[in-house]
Design a protein around this ligand. Structure first.
Ligand SMILES: [Zn+2]
Length: 104
């Protein structure tokens, strides 16, 4: 169970970084990564975590985890995936657990 969660979180790091960077993510991509049955859980968790990763001031994007910026969309995406991968994964695991708990 926990290792499954870890694998799912790992798969969602990139999607979450893209959501945070305001780069378009299609539902089908999430479905392809985690399967139809986990799609909604994965989507909710990614959106919640993405909200905690970015601070938007006017049209500028800043990293909420370390305060660096401003970044372009692509710049923030690269920053998040290079520097905060493990933190994002940990946050995703927590949110996935919450989403699963809410279903039971
Ligand atoms: Zn940062």
């Amino acid at each position: 169970m926990d290792s499954g969660l870890s694998i799912t979180a790992e798969k969602l790091i990139e999607i979450t970084a893209r959501l945070a960077s305001k780069i378009n993510v299609k539902d089908e991509e999430i479905e392809r990564l985690v399967g139809l049955s986990s799609k909604n859980i994965a989507k909710n968790a990614s959106q919640k975590v993405a909200f905690w990763l970015v601070e938007q001031k006017e049209s500028l994007l800043y990293c909420k985890l370390c305060g660096k910026g401003p970044f372009t969309k692509k710049g923030l995406y690269l920053h998040l995936t290079r520097l905060h991968k493990e933190e994002i994964k940990g946050m995703l695991m927590e949110e996935l657990k919450n989403e699963i708990k809410a279903l039971i």
